[in-house]
Design a binder for this molecule. Structure first.
Ligand code: IPE
Ligand code: IPE
Ligand code: MG
Ligand code: MG
Ligand code: MG
Length: 295
């Protein structure tokens, strides 16, 4: 099977599992919240984080069925972060995943609540999986995800990002933003996958490090596409960062260096995968594929 075929299969797998975990649209007065949650989750994300989590667990000999609840929970947290990131109080964007943003369709109030509901549902799913399996390594995976999404991870990065809108920031601050708002959830996917497979400490640490490199490269590429991307393929408005007067990797270092650094950070991650062994081949291919992504 080619890399592209494997990726497609894994994406489909995650989409199917997500369907099982999302509430259905009931006819009662709370039906609107399920509708809003489903609207953004099923708008067609790349499913990068859950694919990483499941692939790591599988590559290290773990049980993929134990990995799915955590993978789906991670994607729900990611989707909530996107709904909130698009709100007028944050980036004020109109398009996401190729369709109107959540608040443009459901209003700001429901969009905020749909994000909250996705976050809560994710912890409901993970804690239930921990209890059902009575497995401490799953608790460690949940903790890794909670930490990745929290104030010392994605949220912390988002805070430093938004409070600096319109301000000149130094390199250290930019690196803090990229490492936290984006890389934290990606290294969290690697870490959680490793815990589920009960990997050794050194392998878990190496994978976390690879995730950090991929995550920063991923955000630099996002900054690049925000400038030179195509709306139809990217699925979100081009020039959002400029509109919000954000300092990004591109405004600080220029397009050429941004492209070079995306490649060299990815190379570092691939080197780690080679060190761990051939079971990591899919993740190495995924890393190289992401450098060339245009969505
Ligand atoms: C978008 O993430 C937000 C960033 C961290 C740059 P993705 O590019 O993974 O978005 P989806 O999930 O595919 O929509
Ligand atoms: C946000 O970064 C990353 C998140 C934690 C949601 P961006 O604001 O650049 O992400 P996009 O470009 O809106 O997806
Ligand atoms: Mg943002
Ligand atoms: Mg944004
Ligand atoms: Mg962006």
């Amino acid at each position: 099977m080619s890399f592209k075929e494997k990726l497609l299969l894994k994406t489909k797998d995650i989409d199917e599992k997500l369907e099982l975990y999302l509430p259905s649209e009931s006819e009662d007065e709370t039906g609107i919240i399920a509708k809003a949650m489903r609207y953004s989750v099923f708008a067609g994300g790349k499913r990068l984080r859950p694919i990483i989590l499941v692939s790591v667990a599988e590559a290290l000999g773990g049980d993929v069925n134990k990995a799915y609840p955590f993978a789906c929970a991670l994607e729900m947290i990611h989707t909530y972060s996107l709904i909130h990131d698009d709100l007028p109080a944050m980036d004020n964007d109109d398009f996401r995943r190729g369709i109107l943003t959540n608040h443009k369709v459901f209003g700001e109030d429901i969009a905020i609540l749909a994000g909250d509901a996705l976050l809560n549902r994710s912890f409901e799913i993970m804690s239930k999986a921990c209890a059902l399996n009575n497995d401490c390594s799953l608790v460690k995976a949940m903790e890794a995800i909670a930490r990745a999404a929290g104030a010392k991870g994605m949220l912390g990065g988002q805070v430093v990002d938004v409070i600096n809108d319109g301000k000149k920031i130094d390199e250290k601050t930019l690196r803090y933003i990229d490492k936290n708002k984006t890389a934290a959830m990606i290294s969290g996917a690697f870490e959680a996958g490793a815990y589920i497979a009960r990997a050794g400490e050194e392998t878990t640490r190496l994978l976390y490090e690879a995730g950090q490199n991929i995550g920063v490269a991923f955000q630099i590429q996002d900054d690049i596409l925000d400038v030179i991307g195509d709306f139809e393929t990217f699925g979100k408005s081009i020039g959002s960062d400029e509109k919000n007067n954000k300092t990004t990797y591109v405004t600080m270092f220029g397009l050429e260096k941004a492209k070079e650094d995306t490649a060299s950070l990815s190379e570092k991650a691939v080197k780690i995968f080679k060190e761990i062994g051939s079971s990591m081949d899919f993740l190495a291919e995924l890393t190289n594929y992401l450098i060339k992504r245009n969505n």
